[in-house]
Design a protein around this ligand. Structure first.
Ligand SMILES: [Zn+2]
Length: 208
């Protein structure tokens, strides 16, 4: 269920939107067999006592990490005509890099300039999670969240910044430990109006 409506908003003025993405066709037994095959290919014995349950655990973990949870998004009329920036800062983000199947984690800052409707702040995190539970690249994740909000909320502007560390960078290859990748996607006034854009980046703490 969504959160309660602000006091005085009649129920018929709430818009409820079922938010979901197509579920991937998961074949868990096939995934387990593939993990066992990977272990063998890596010179390990998947039948050993320590690894016996590993294929099932890995298959379950990937199934969870790749399946977004659907939810109901309730929007409210912006009766007070609030026209300032609404910003959720430091929203945790966890996703899987599609190049290495390794996690990337960090925070997102998601802001919008309300148009005729507003939504509960916790829902911004749910939208982010819906797209993060996928094989992703950080750039696409950032853009998908911004596009979704622009299309479904019709705000006057949207800004999304994601700051993340990629295990594929910190553990292997260049071993760029501690380095963070920053991506942003902007729509509407946050894209077109330099002052609004500067305010957004200053509030997110990612201004140049
Ligand atoms: Zn990677």
């Amino acid at each position: 269920m969504s959160g309660p409506a602000p006091a005085g908003v009649p129920v018929e003025r709430l818009d409820r939107l079922r938010v979901a993405r197509p579920r991937p066709a998961l074949d868990l037994p096939a995934a387990e067999r593939a993990v066992a095959a990977l272990l063998r290919a890596l010179g390990r014995d998947p039948a050993s006592a320590h690894l016996a349950e590993t294929p099932r655990r890995v298959a379950d973990a990937y199934a969870e990490l790749l399946t977004g949870r659907q939810f109901d998004l309730t929007t409210f009329p912006n009766d007070d005509g609030y026209d300032g920036l609404v910003l959720a800062r430091q929203v945790p983000v966890h996703s899987l890099c599609e190049h290495h199947l390794l996690p990337f984690t960090g925070v997102a800052h998601i802001g919008y300039l309300p148009g005729e409707r507003i939504l509960g702040l916790s829902k911004l995190a749910r939208v982010l999670e819906l797209f993060a539970r996928d094989l992703q690249v950080q750039e696409r994740l950032t853009q998908q969240v911004a596009d979704w909000l622009q299309e479904n909320l019709a705000p006057r502007g949207v800004g999304v910044v994601v700051e993340a560390s990629h295990l594929c960078m910190s553990l292997r290859g260049v071993r760029a430990e501690g380095s963070r990748t920053i991506t942003s996607a902007l729509h509407g006034a946050l894209r077109e109006d330099p002052r609004t854009r500067a305010e957004f980046f200053a509030l997110t703490g990612t201004a140049a």
